[in-house]
Design a binder for this molecule. Structure first.
Ligand SMILES: NC(=O)C1=CN([C@@H]2O[C@H](COP(=O)(O)OP(=O)(O)OC[C@H]3O[C@@H](n4cnc5c(N)ncnc54)[C@H](OP(=O)(O)O)[C@@H]3O)[C@@H](O)[C@H]2O)C=CC1
Ligand SMILES: CC(=O)N[C@@H](CCC(=O)OP(=O)(O)O)C(=O)O
Length: 347
């Protein structure tokens, strides 16, 4: 199709976030999907792999190597970490904007990347230009950027849960504990022992204790917001559901608050941020499923003088694909809500 709308490429479209990107972008009024790629399934139709797109996106899957990047305005990279950086390095001189859904450019230095990803970074120059794509916090930088590092799913729910208190200087240093649970699609499309039905069904367990790479991503962003070096205790858990992340964040504050003052801090901070909804009670993952919303309930525990914040997102959307589209809207100068107002799917 030829028109004047910006053209889009989805690299790695056969995976979970790639197909969610396709679903959102098909319905976005301002862009055209030009290329969708797969290395394993090149030559097949996208709708052969994802039958939900039959009659909607019957486009042929191409290899990423054959598409002309200068012919595309925005490329979404829905590839594993360690793979994205290779593509971004090769496409460095092309005049297109890139939104990378992997963790390859989210951290501050290649050295920290190596420590947490156990891999040498091959495109260290990218760290100079990449902007951390949390639209509620860094919209101005995202608007002027041509390489956006889309945040991780756990970090999105975690950072938004405590951002108002860090920015207000109200968190007592190193008292933050983040207990996070994710649905299975967070692990990607490839099955493993961990994600085998019988190991997950009617089960619920912690993993990655003390070493999960999202720990440092959350710490770095809290350190930026709080203007001092922050450590967090972060533990992810695997939930036997398709999608959804629920974070319970605990912290001590630098001064005594109450429910009303806490609520006001959150209300003032998120005013004008259409996709953060402040709830009157604890949200569940079904309240946001299939949508770009992050639902948050901040609670002041009078007995322990601690703040407990519950936040819920859909890991594939606010935690990945819809956040990437939100970033695209900012980068291309569109109204930020464009194509993102899906009502959560419940039940
Ligand atoms: N799932 C989630 O909830 C979230 C995911 N992310 C991040 O987004 C990215 C994509 O995640 P997700 O969609 O879940 O991943 P999937 O594993 O579901 O899909 C990744 C796709 O990348 C392609 N791919 C894999 N290896 C290579 C390679 N060496 N070269 C080229 N293409 C390759 C595959 O497509 P093919 O074989 O067809 O080429 C595959 O379908 C990851 O970096 C992930 O960490 C971020 C936040 C949340
Ligand atoms: C449930 C599950 O396995 N979740 C993934 C994280 C999701 C994700 O995609 O994060 P990145 O983009 O940072 O890789 C994990 O814990 O590795």
């Amino acid at each position: 199709m030829h028109n004047n709308k910006p053209s889009i490429g989805i690299i790695g479209a056969t995976g979970f976030t790639g197909s969610e990107l396709a679903r959102l972008l098909c319905q976005h009024p301002e862009i055209t999907i030009k290329h969708i790629t797969s290395e394993t399934h090149k030559g097949k139709l996208f709708s052969d792999l994802h039958p939900q797109f039959m009659g909607i996106l019957d486009q042929e899957l191409e290899s990423a190597d054959v598409i002309d990047q200068s012919d595309v305005d925005v490329l979404f990279l829905a590839l594993p970490h360690g793979v994205s950086m290779d593509f971004i390095k090769r496409w460095e001189h092309k005049n297109c904007k890139i939104i990378d859904l992997s963790g390859d450019f989210r951290l501050s230095t290649p050295e920290i990347y190596k420590t947490w990803y156990q891999k040498d970074h091959i495109f260290t120059k990218g760290f100079e230009s990449a902007v951390y794509g949390q639209p509620e916090l860094f919209a101005d930088q995202i608007k002027g950027s041509s390489l956006v590092a889309n945040p991780g799913c756990y970090p999105t729910a975690s950072i938004l849960s405590l951002a108002p208190l860090f920015v207000g200087g109200l968190i007592e240093k190193d008292t933050v504990i983040i207990d996070a649970k994710s649905g299975l699609t967070g692990a990607g499309v490839k099955a493993s022992d961990t994600t085998h039905f019988s190991n997950v069904n009617e089960n619920f367990k912690a993993y990655g204790l003390g070493v999960h790479r999202h720990t440092v991503e959350i710490e770095e962003q809290f350190s930026i917001l709080g203007k001092q070096e922050i450590q967090v205790q972060f533990t992810p858990h695997l939930l036997p559901v398709d999608r959804g992340i629920l974070v319970t964040a605990y912290a001590k504050t630098t001064k005594k608050l109450d429910q009303e003052s806490l609520g006001k801090i959150y209300h003032d901070f998120y005013e004008g941020k259409p996709f953060v909804r402040l709830r009157k009670s604890a949200p569940g993952i079904k309240d946001v499923r299939g949508s770009h919303y992050c639902d948050i309930y901040p609670f002041w525990d009078e007995r322990t003088n601690r703040v407990i914040v519950i936040s819920a997102i859909d890991n594939l959307l606010k935690g990945a694909a819809s956040q990437a589209v939100h970033n695209m809207n900012l980068m291309l100068g569109y109204e930020e809500k464009t194509g993102l107002e899906q009502i959560p799917l419940r039940p």
